[in-house]
Design a protein around this ligand. Structure first.
Ligand SMILES: Cc1ncc(C[n+]2csc(CCOP(=O)(O)OP(=O)(O)O)c2C)c(N)n1
Ligand SMILES: [Mg+2]
Length: 368
């Protein structure tokens, strides 16, 4: 009798996991651990990237304070995710299309959205969503995963027009469990569309830990089922994030199809400032462990060792950021308060009967 087949299922899982190592260029002290991932950036560009990350840390601090003073609306903290957000964004061109989630305001501003408009978006003011034609971006998506589906469509559009540009979009570890996530990477993969899809794995979806989110060892390996490359990168490492992003952009822009990038990162603050208390689901030990991996610490050490950075320089960047934020809030305050009729008039190009009636009703109220 023929010997019956046995299958080592555990070995099948191990084989997959082995394909997804974490790409890392700098260790947590800023020492180079993989020279091949050190970006081909000039000294000036390195300083610019670090400056953007410092700016983002200040924006996070100031936004938190402004929120508590009641001067900002919705805010999703970003501290800890600076490399994941801005070192990725740094690899793209102005003509590339950004589809952000609610936590991705720093990239959106660096892509060209005036800061006062970002603040208006935060307040729920429609002027925050009125983008200049040359700003290649959509407003931040609140529906988890929806931006992935939109990105798949934009990516296909770019491909069909024969463009060498790409769309790049961000979701979180929680977002990677949504149907939209799988549909989008599958669709984009099948059309070899020009897209780079990020999952910023910050360890939690509100309070849900990453370990409970999926049995997969990495989120990067979810790319396999879509037939596209997936890479896991140390999301606290600006060099690894940048280099992988740059290569992924090139791959997608050249018509080879999309790439999925998982950045392993952490948010130090609450999920949002709308009532979340992270001490209820995170230990101080875990927070401390991640603070040591801070992207600013390792980048600062690296640049200081090269004589490209100093405490004075950092203080100057922080002071400029505070001033920029102050000016932007003053500008946002100048925009007239939003009216109900503004909402109603925005809804349709040609108003249906019931909307016309509501506009009349509210116009009468508002003119009083
Ligand atoms: C479709 C949908 N379901 C649920 C929510 C409520 N919600 C808002 S944020 C969030 C968690 C998202 O976590 P993750 O994707 O990891 O992103 P992070 O906030 O950590 O950046 C949930 C469930 C939503 N906005 N949209
Ligand atoms: Mg998350």
């Amino acid at each position: 009798m023929a010997k019956k087949k046995t299958i080592d299922f555990q070995a099948l899982l191990n084989d997959v996991d082995a394909l997804f190592p974490t790409y890392q260029a700098l260790d947590q002290d800023g020492n180079v651990v993989d020279e091949s991932l050190v970006p081909d950036l000039s000294d000036h560009e390195l300083v610019e990237l670090m400056s953007q990350m410092v700016w983002s840390r200040v924006l996070d601090q100031r936004s938190t304070a402004l929120n508590r003073q009641g001067r900002l609306g919705f805010f999703a903290p970003t501290a800890g995710q600076e490399a994941s957000q801005l070192a990725s964004h740094f690899a793209f061109e102005k003509e590339d299309v950004l589809l952000p989630a609610y936590r991705d305001v720093p990239q959106l501003v660096k892509h060209g959205l005036p800061l006062y408009q970002a603040f208006l978006w935060s307040r729920g003011h429609v002027v925050g969503n009125e983008y200049d034609d040359d700003l290649q971006a959509l407003p931040p998506q609140i529906i988890i995963g929806a931006q992935y589906v939109q990105a798949a469509g934009v990516a296909l559009g770019l491909k069909k027009r024969g463009k060498n540009n790409v769309v790049f979009t961000y979701t979180g570890d929680g977002g990677s469990s949504q149907g939209d996530f799988y549909e989008a990477i599958n669709f984009a993969g099948s059309y070899k569309a020009n897209g780079v899809f990020y999952v910023q794995n910050n360890g939690f979806a509100i309070s849900m830990p990453r370990e409970h989110q999926t049995a997969a060892t990495t989120i990067a390996q979810k790319a396999v089922a879509a037939g596209i490359p997936g890479i896991q990168v140390d999301g606290m490492d600006p060099f690894a994030v940048y280099t992988v992003s740059k290569l992924a952009r090139e791959w997608a822009a050249n018509g080879n199809g999309p790439v999925l990038i998982e950045t392993v990162t952490y948010r130090y603050g609450a999920h949002t400032l709308s009532g979340d208390d992270p001490t209820r689901y995170r230990s101080k030990e875990l927070d401390d462990e991640w603070q040591k991996k801070d992207p600013l610490i390792r980048f600062r050490n690296y640049l200081e060792n090269k004589g490209l950075w100093s405490e004075e320089k950092e203080e100057e960047i922080m002071e400029n950021a505070r001033q920029e934020i102050k000016d932007a809030i003053a500008e946002a305050d100048k925009v007239p308060k939003q009216k109900v009729t503004d909402f109603l008039k925005n809804m349709f190009k040609e108003q249906p009967q019931n909307i016309q009636e509501q506009i009349k009703f509210y116009e009468a109220k508002e003119s009083k």
